[in-house]
Design a protein around this ligand. Structure first.
Ligand code: ZN
Length: 87
């Protein structure tokens, strides 16, 4: 996994729009039913464009559940996330 590559995908305006539309339709976290703030990929897209845009892999998540999931998968990301704070 190359996080910098995946970051490029997330920074596009088309992704921002798609993400917002998805969260309007799916406003609740799949784990805890809190208001969802992020779109998670399950299974992870691993930087693959086709997988990234396959909406059947998208699921709404709140920040804390997503953070927990990400830290379970990748201790590196978890550390960066913690340094940046909770919001
Ligand atoms: Zn949640």
């Amino acid at each position: 996994m190359r996080p910098s590559q995946a970051g490029v995908l997330y920074n596009t305006s088309i992704w921002q729009r798609a993400r917002r539309a998805f969260l309007l339709l799916n406003p609740r976290c799949v784990v805890c039913a809190d208001p969802a703030q992020v779109v998670d990929h399950e299974p992870p897209h691993l930087g693959n464009h086709a997988a990234f845009w396959d909406t059947s892999t998208w699921q709404p998540m709140c920040m804390s559940c997503h953070g927990r999931k990400t830290s379970a998968q990748n201790p590196h990301t978890a550390r960066n996330r913690m340094r940046r704070g909770r919001r």
